[in-house]
Design a protein around this ligand. Structure first.
Ligand SMILES: Cc1ncc(COP(=O)(O)O)c(C=O)c1O
Length: 487
């Protein structure tokens, strides 16, 4: 099993030692153990967080040059996850992803990525100056979401771009759908380049066999995971895992040092240390319970008229190879209301806050924090909403197939740094876009900065608007104008 003693929490222990020594602080932060803090805030938060809100000194170590408890805490995380090396990110998975990309590609290098990436990936591409080659993910019209890219798509893209320096995939998607990552890892490695993985939604995968395979288990070379999203770390805390010789660990560390603050929060880092202990020692049973509750929710939701919640039956579709059952996607198309409407009703009337909503769905994230009571509260609310709306409105129509990926004239960094002018959308055909344009659903860009605007795209946007579907991304919220590069 583990090589190290996963009961240990070296960083948290060092902070406890600092607290127990009753040290007199002449260091930042200036609130000095909370004494100088605003009273109302302090009374609400309580005094303990301030006691461990410290800065870099020997006892508590340095994130940028760890030699003591932070080094040990990162080694314990690597041991728990089976990685060669683990780095703490207190800039979330966004920061970890930027460092991950900048570790494997340089300016002008090709990197193969899905079209529907999170904006941190675009940021990593702009920062690195790399040239993205896009793969279209598989679209599921019934639920109106994008699943993963298939191994076949990865293989074809690599055949067309054998000079690519890395391939990035998302494992699993926000909605918990995972592609065949093992097969993809094998294909990518046959070109002897790294597979890098946005595993924001998968920090728990390796700890329960009922979950999809983790990037590390599949043989990916490096992955970034939002520890704060599913398991017990505080918001902003993520892990960057390096698992192969194809990625230079020193370069990863350099990139993280370049991007991260020199004043990382020790409260956040201690929460990462303790969250790692929790998942390493108790992950399996905590996840068993989470999965059981989520499956109970799924079964009950599927009995409520107007709602549907997909389960393993979705796995016969392309790009959907495995499912993380802790993600509960509630589709309300048949109810005649949008996911956005449902989100608002749940929030305003029932004080239930969902993770996200789109035209057809709301997403509930399952985790160790769920209880039978909280799940039942959601089910009761959905039953009432069904009573209020079912049979009264029209089911929402299917989304419209998105146009082909347009030609890339400039790479995203060049487009980002260029002067731009705003043009009426209808007059922008043939210009180079300076902005994104996204179709919702399925939340995939139809235009990325640096791409040439086509007549097909303009007509598509008009059709979306006419059908009452959403198009977003431009500075102009109405999408009547678009910023184009002033060449
Ligand atoms: C797929 C994906 N990747 C990356 C991120 C960024 O993660 P973080 O919020 O930890 O920076 C998110 C955030 O929602 C995400 O959904």
């Amino acid at each position: 099993m583990y090589k190290l003693d996963q009961n240990e929490t070296p960083l948290f222990d060092a902070l406890m030692e600092y607290v127990n020594r009753e040290t007199i602080p002449f260091h930042v932060p200036g609130h000095k153990k909370g004494i100088g803090m605003d009273e109302e805030f302090k009374n609400f938060i309580g005094i303990n967080p301030f006691k461990i809100d410290v800065t870099v000194f020997k006892l508590v170590d340095s994130l940028h040059h760890p030699t003591g408890p932070i080094k040990k805490a990162q080694e314990l995380a690597a041991d728990a996850y089976g990685a060669d090396a683990t780095f703490f990110s207190i800039h979330g998975t966004s920061g970890a992803i930027q460092a991950m990309i900048m570790s494997v590609v340089k300016s002008g290098d090709k990197i193969i990525i899905p079209r529907n990436v999170h904006k941190s990936i675009t940021a990593g591409i702009i920062l690195s100056g790399a040239k993205p080659v896009y793969m279209q993910p598989e679209l599921d019209k019934t639920v109106g979401i994008a699943h993963g890219v298939t191994p076949e798509t990865v293989e074809e893209t690599l055949k067309a771009h054998p000079d690519a320096k890395a391939v990035l995939i998302i494992n699993p998607t926000y909605y918990g759908v995972a592609t065949d990552i093992k097969k993809i890892a094998d294909i990518v490695h046959s070109y002897d380049i790294p597979l890098i993985v946005d595993e924001a939604h998968g920090p728990h995968l390796g700890f329960n066999e009922k979950l999809p395979m983790s990037a590390i288990e599949a043989g990916a070379d490096i992955c970034a995971q939002s520890t704060h999203k599913i398991i017990g770390a505080l918001t902003q805390c993520s892990l960057l895992q390096v698992c192969s010789k194809r990625v230079d660990t020193h370069r990863v560390k350099q990139q993280l040092n370049l991007l991260q603050t020199t004043s990382p929060s020790y409260i956040l880092m201690a929460s990462l240390d303790c969250a790692r202990r929790q998942i390493a020692l108790h992950g399996r049973e905590l996840l068993d319970n989470t999965i059981e509750l989520a499956n109970y929710a799924r079964e009950e939701i599927n009995k409520i008229p107007g709602f549907h919640c997909f389960g393993r039956e979705i796995l016969d579709k392309p790009g959907a190879f495995a499912l993380d059952p802790t993600k509960i996607t509630i589709t309300c198309r048949e109810l005649g209301i949008t996911g956005y409407d449902l989100d608002m009703i749940l929030s305003n009337k029932y004080h239930i806050q969902m993770e996200l909503s789109d035209l057809y769905n709301v997403l509930a994230v399952g985790s160790f924090g769920d209880t039978k009571e909280s799940i039942n509260a959601l089910l009761n609310a959905l039953r009432e909403i069904s009573g209020d709306y079912y049979g009264k409105g029209e089911a929402k129509s299917d989304f419209i197939d998105i146009p082909a990926i347009p030609r890339q004239e400039l790479n995203p960094r060049e487009a980002f740094n260029s002067d731009k002018v705003s043009l009426p959308l209808k007059q922008s055909i043939g210009e180079v876009s300076g902005e994104f344009l996204m179709a919702y659903p399925p939340g995939i860009p139809i235009l990325c900065p640096g791409e040439v605007i086509t007549k097909e795209i303009i007509e598509y946007v008009q059709r979306l608007k006419d059908t009452g579907l959403y198009v977003q991304g431009t500075e102009d919220p109405e999408v009547n104008y678009i910023k184009v590069v002033n060449l």
